[in-house]
Design a protein around this ligand. Sequence first.
Ligand code: GDP
Ligand code: MG
Length: 239
Amino acid sequence: MYKGHSITVIIPCLNEEQGIEQVLRKMPEFVDEVIVVDNASVDRTSAVAASFGATVIREEVRGYGRSYKRGFAAAKGDLIVTLDGDHSYPVDALSYLVEAFLHLEVDFLNASRFPVRDGRAMSFKHKFGNLVLSLATSLLYFRWVRDSQSGMWVLRRSILDQMHLESDGMAFSEEIKIEALRHPNVRFGEISILYSSRLGEVKLNPWKDGLYNLFFLFKKRFRQARRTAERKDAFQAKA
Ligand SMILES: Nc1nc2c(ncn2[C@@H]2O[C@H](COP(=O)(O)OP(=O)(O)O)[C@@H](O)[C@H]2O)c(=O)[nH]1
Ligand SMILES: [Mg+2]
């Protein structure tokens, strides 16, 4: 419980036995519920998570977005905080993030990894790819987003009902931000956090996921435009 708000932390994991241990070891006391969504890991991820008292959900079908949807469906807290299981996002900054979320009076707070202060945390290729994806998001949705690919967010659980989340893969990260910043009743904010190098192996395929995420931004943008136009037509036909 943090200042009267119950807190659920959701962590998607694919073979993160090393990282998840460090993340859970540092989990602040005020967190009410930790949900680890394990996508058929072949290492000790589930066992390690359970040993720290986390609720472990086993999802047999792979997918970053898919595991978040399972986690959201099970979450009970007023506020949801997300992060990777690889110990690259600052779990010790949770109170800073929740405090900023409350102070800024937003419904969705994105934790930007930029500027990256730790030289080893992100390669030049990754920085460049992230910049392209964030610029594309900002231009397509007319709103400045510094880090459209960040995996750390704080959100009010109640806004999930108003979101249309389709991606089951890595594009889920940008999709949830787009849904948040487009929605007239959802206040979107962004602040910087310290990002560090991950433990264990990277699951992201930079070329495949990067290019697909770029394609997904356009697909979602133009599908939305069409949907709005169709709705307008239907409304006019009725009137
Ligand atoms: N449950 C689940 N988690 C995944 C999957 N793919 C990646 N992850 C987790 O999602 C987080 C982000 O993946 P990561 O490789 O760190 O990507 P990056 O941070 O963008 O480089 C990590 O905690 C991964 O273990 C998946 O298919 N299922
Ligand atoms: Mg990561």
